[in-house]
Design a protein around this ligand. Structure first.
Ligand code: DGY
Length: 424
């Protein structure tokens, strides 16, 4: 058995072990529920050996969709006291208990990947999911681009998926944490606290949760009054790409009305995303909508512009200069924060570690944009990290050491769907 087939088996075993019957947990101890974008990526992994199970992962996620199209970031299908904040704190959901915020909308891109090369059976799955995907995107247009700028505004760091990125430090300092009711963190009971967000960051996460809950999860009111409203470069690029993929699916289904609707929003996003170009940094950066200030930070999300299919020649060239510089500073691309930034921390979650799912989007985007050499480096590095440390949540970009939880579903999925075919 080759090393690759051995790792294939390990990856499949992780997906089977984390399968709770129709949905997967990211990791049984640290994250014992269904997470939105984790499940989407996990479907890509299942698709390599069990297509029905892949569709089921997405379908189960959409079983938790609210009537207004909102798709929560966590679905609490069963109880588990090992995670905070649980359903009692959120007080959200209908048919099933959920969180009240969302997560990066990668599902349409994944569904397009599942469909490509599909047969009549896949078309049935696609046709049933399409209206649900469209409803979720409409929810995004209504509540996360409420100013019509063509970018996606995060109401919570957890919505970006990059929980403790330093992009949220300055906007987050405006959040009042004085009245946060006492709580007990569970994450630091499972993992080294040095790999997790700090206490003040957690207080801010909980303060925003409490704020949303106290509105009764009124998303229009949250959009207007939330103390944290940051146009996230990651969400904006991912949503732009997801709309391209949803448009392609509308064409497959010959739904002209949906195609026209999606196309209109796509055109607005292609115009609006330029607001996230930071000329001083020569990079795509998140921007606080309350103060108008750019984060001025180059993060792994900055490199999602190729995945989104945006950027002119000069901007793309500037991003490749960043990639080349960072690639010389670390052994493994793509660190979640620029290693030349003073806040860079090799093992602390989204302040340095490499994440396989982000590499997948960056690597595929670079390939599609005609940068095969850079794409190869990102894919080779992803495979090398997994070979070095196993299927961890994230990895130290300087040494390849593991960070966070082990036997991680989406790392296993990205191995099966993409990284295993690296050719160093
Ligand atoms: C956590 O609890 O760390 C999650 O990332 C929130 O989604």
């Amino acid at each position: 058995m080759t090393a690759t087939t051995h790792r294939d088996e390990q990856a499949r075993a992780i997906l089977r072990a984390n399968d709770r019957g129709g949905y997967s947990v990211p990791n049984g101890r640290v994250y014992p529920f269904q997470w939105n974008w984790d499940s989407a990526f996990v479907a890509l992994g299942f698709a390599t050996f069990d297509r029905d199970r892949a569709w089921r992962e997405i379908e189960t996620l959409f079983d938790a969709q609210w009537d207004d199209g909102f798709l929560p970031h966590i679905v609490f299908w069963q109880d588990d006291a090992g995670y905070f904040p649980g359903p009692d704190r959120w007080q959200a959901g209908g048919r099933v208990r959920t969180s009240g915020i969302t997560q990066p909308p990668v599902a349409a891109s994944v569904v397009r990947a599942l469909w490509d090369g599909g047969d009549a059976d896949d078309r049935t799955h696609l046709a049933a999911l399409f209206p649900k995907l469209l409803a979720w995107h409409r929810w995004f247009w209504r509540h996360r681009d409420f100013e019509g700028r063509g970018v996606v505004v995060a109401m919570h760091p957890w919505e970006t998926g990059r929980d403790n990125s330093p992009e949220w430090d300055v906007p987050g300092s405006a959040i009042d944490t004085a009245n946060v009711a006492p709580y007990v963190r569970r994450d630091t009971g499972h993992l080294d606290a040095a790999m997790r967000p700090t206490q003040i960051e957690y207080d801010r996460y909980v303060a925003l949760l409490d704020f949303g809950r106290d509105t009764g999860w009124d998303h229009a009111r949250i959009a207007a009054e939330n103390p944290f409203r940051v146009a996230d470069v990651g969400l904006s690029m991912i949503f732009l790409r997801a709309n391209r993929d949803l448009l392609a699916l509308a064409h497959v289904l010959e739904d002209d009305a949906a195609a026209a609707e999606i196309g209109g929003h796509l055109a607005r996003a292609e115009r609006g995303v330029g607001w996230l170009w930071d000329a001083a940094m020569q990079s795509w950066c998140s921007r606080d909508t309350i103060t108008g200030r750019s984060s001025g930070l180059v993060t792994s999300a900055s490199f999602l512009s190729c995945w989104a299919g945006v950027g002119d020649g000069a901007r793309n060239a500037a991003m490749l200069v960043h990639l080349d510089r960072i690639g010389k500073r670390v052994r493994y691309l793509m660190p979640s924060l620029d290693p030349d930034d003073l806040g860079f921390q090799m093992l602390r979650y989204w302040r340095g570690p490499v994440w396989a799912v982000v590499n997948y989007m960056i690597g595929r985007g670079l390939d599609e944009a005609g940068h095969p050499q850079e794409a190869k480096r990102v894919r080779d590095d992803t495979a090398a990290l997994i070979a070095h440390s196993g299927f961890y949540e994230a990895f130290d970009p300087t040494t390849g050491a593991p960070s966070g939880g082990d036997t991680f579903s989406w790392t296993a999925a990205i191995w099966l769907a993409w990284a295993r075919d690296a050719n160093p």
